[in-house]
Design a protein around this ligand. Structure first.
Ligand SMILES: Nc1ncnc2c1ncn2[C@@H]1O[C@H](COP(=O)(O)OP(=O)(O)OP(=O)(O)O)[C@@H](O)[C@H]1O
Ligand SMILES: [Mg+2]
Length: 346
């Protein structure tokens, strides 16, 4: 079974080919440089860059997998694309590319939920999707746009238990980095600076939101901004490097403790012993270390190469759907994808 997949939800243009459980190629063009000066993704620029890069990304992925353009009839068995959640213009570029590939190859088109991709990325082991997730499990999706806890009962059978009410964890990392005058994307920067911290620093509140599985990171971000205003007046960028590092460590510790405690408590509430963590923030070393120290749980992360957006995870979602003989019929792009066929919260 050969699957060609596209990913264009946000600021990565990616195409991938899987043959059976083997990832034959995964070409990713990142737009980070384009958006850096704005400290965040500019939707219109993202759509244009996807449009510009997708032919090259597709040719790269096909070439690396041993195919040539134009795609021949029967060359692949399915074409997949992320149909949401994501930026509307960006999603349309991926869908149109996928439609063209499906038309040329005569293969069916499968719309995939990007967030499920972040979860299933945990199955890759050196380019082979052989570390199958064992269900039921507790899924924690922590990315630039989402922070969600799911009760995952099988492939495609997910119940959303909680989600962020304001900023996503990755967004909070990006905004705190901006407050400190650090580069974009903020997550890896904050992690790097936090590693350099030594001595006693500030302590920020943990937004545990008792009585709910939801998250809220905007108050934590505000606490950091008040602290910086007090310490450095109007310009936090003038703060000495040692102080910046302490702020990064304290902020990261608050996010990590919140994520780990809530995921563990949610898993315990369901009697689950397995946790899988996906999304860009899941590459954070402090988060991984904290989950590793959690007793009584088997915690899975994806290899770091598959934490941020990529089409390999999209191909894998489609593969698991095809193996089960069921896939999403609607090919409409959906910026706030309301998980078709998924059990609702509650
Ligand atoms: N080491 C890290 N520590 C913390 N955050 C990180 C790290 N690496 C990346 N991130 C954060 O991950 C986010 C990007 O992740 P990802 O690509 O999964 O998000 P997205 O695709 O933009 O959003 P979504 O998947 O919700 O649509 C950014 O906010 C980035 O700062
Ligand atoms: Mg993503």
């Amino acid at each position: 079974m050969k699957i060609l997949a596209f990913e264009t939800t946000c600021d990565e243009t990616s195409a991938a080919v899987m043959a059976g459980q083997v990832l034959r190629s995964n070409t990713v063009f990142s737009q980070i440089k384009l958006h850096r000066k704005y400290s965040g993704v500019v939707p219109e620029l993202a759509s244009r860059a996807h449009l510009e890069k997708i032919p090259f990304v597709l040719a790269g992925a096909l070439g690396a997998a041993g195919f040539r353009l134009p795609l021949k009839r029967g060359a692949v068995d399915a074409v997949a694309f992320s149909r949401g959640p994501g930026l509307p213009g960006a999603l349309l570029v991926g869908r149109v590319a996928a439609e063209a590939a499906a038309e040329l190859s005569g293969a069916p088109l499968i719309g995939v939920n990007h967030l499920e991709g972040h979860l299933l990325a945990c199955e890759f082991d050196k380019g082979r999707a052989v570390r199958r997730l064992e269900f039921p499990l507790l899924a924690l999706i922590v990315s630039g746009g989402h922070t969600e806890i799911w009760h995952a009962r099988g492939y495609g059978d997910y119940r959303v238990m909680g989600r962020t009410r304001d900023d996503a964890a990755g967004e909070a990392f990006d905004k705190v980095a901006k407050l400190l005058g650090l580069s974009y994307p903020g997550g890896p920067e904050v992690e790097k600076w936090a590693r350099r911290a030594s001595g006693k620093g500030p302590d920020f509140p943990r937004p545990f939101m008792p009585g709910t599985w939801d998250f809220s990171f905007s108050g934590l971000k505000t606490a950091v901004s008040y602290y910086l205003a007090k310490k450095a007046g109007g310009d936090a960028r003038s703060l000495p490097d040692g102080e910046k590092a302490l702020v990064c460590r304290a902020f990261q510790a608050a996010v990590v403790e919140t994520l780990v405690k809530k995921a563990a408590d949610a898993a315990r509430s369901l009697g689950l012993r397995r946790i899988a963590v996906g999304g860009g923030v899941s590459s954070n070393g402090a988060l991984r270390a904290a989950f590793a120290g959690l007793e009584g749980f088997e915690v899975r992360f994806s290899e770091k190469a598959y934490c941020s957006d990529n089409a390999a995870m999209v191909a894998l979602c489609a593969l698991r759907r095809l193996e089960a003989g069921k896939f999403v019929n609607s090919l409409r792009v959906s910026p706030d994808l309301a998980r078709p066929g998924w059990k609702s919260r509650g």
